[in-house]
Design a protein. Sequence first.
Length: 319
Amino acid sequence: MSEEFLSQEEIDALLGNEKEEEKEEEKRSEVAPFDFSEVEHIKKGGLPGFELIFERWIKVFRDEARKLLPQINMVTKENIYISRFQNFIFKIPLPSSYTIFSMRPLKENALLVVDSRLVFTVISVLFGGPAKPFKVEGREFTKLEMKVINDFISSALKTFEQVWDAFYPLMIEIRSIELNPSLARIVSPNEKVIIVECKIDIEGYEAPFFFCFPQSMFLPIKDIVYSQVAFAEDPVWKKNIEEKVKKINVRLEFELTKMKMKIKDIMSWEEGTEINLFVSPDQEFRLFVEDKHKFYAKLGKINEKYAAMITKPVFEEEQ
C-alpha cells in the first residue's frame, strides 16, 4: 500500500509550489545592495560666526528692501545648513534667477538664488494685486521681472559687502546672472555647499531666496565663520570708536524760561525795552542736545561768557 502514496516532491509539483519557489528566488535576485553613501545628510549648525554675520546682514538689508517695496514686513534667516550642490539645485522651482558672484580675496564663486515665488509676489503687489505668486510655467522672466530681480540682487549684495567690512573686508562682484540652472554650477554636483535659506514676508506671504557657498570657500577665514571668537569685543576697536564719538560736534540749547505774551504787547516793544525772565542763579534749567532734553543745569559765567553747569542727567522715562 505504501507504494501507492505520492512523494512530497510529487505533491509539490502537482500543487505548483515549485513555480512559487522559483518566483521567490527571482525576486531575491532582483534585490540590489543599498548604498548608504547616496543618502543625503543635511547638517545644521556648526557655523556660529556665519550665523552672526547673516543676522547683522538681515537687519541692514531689511531697511534697504523696504525702500524697494514698502509692503515688506520682515526679512528673516530661516536655516543655515550643509548639503550637496545637486540636491539643492533640484529643489529650486523654475523659472528662477541664479546670480554667480565672487567675494575677493576668497577664490571660489558663490550663488544667490532668487526664487520665482518672490519675483511673482513682488510683481503682483507692485501692480495692486494680492501678496500671492501667480503660477507661470514654461517661460522665462520678462524684462520687467528681470528689472525687479536686478534691483533685489544689487541691494542684497551691496549690503552684504557692507556687513562683511566689520569682520573681513571683501569686494563682491557679480560674475553673471543665469536663468538656466545648468549654467549656474559653481561646484561639482556631489560637492558639499553651505546653504543659507532666507524669507521675505510681503503682506503675510513668505517668499524664499537662497545663498549658496562652497564649503571650502571659507577655509582661509575659518576662525571667523566656524567660531564666535572673532566677534569678541576688541579693546583697540572700542577705544577708536570712543575717540571718534568724542570728536563729534553737537548742538546745545539752554532753555532759561518759557513765557506766553500777547501780540499787542510784543508789538509795543522798542529798542531798550527790558524783559524780566524771572530767573535766579540757583535755579535749574533744561539743557537740550540736538533737540533732546538730556540734562538739567545751572546758569553761570566763565571769563565773561555764559556757561551751564550740569547738575543731573535726564533718563528716557523722564523725557
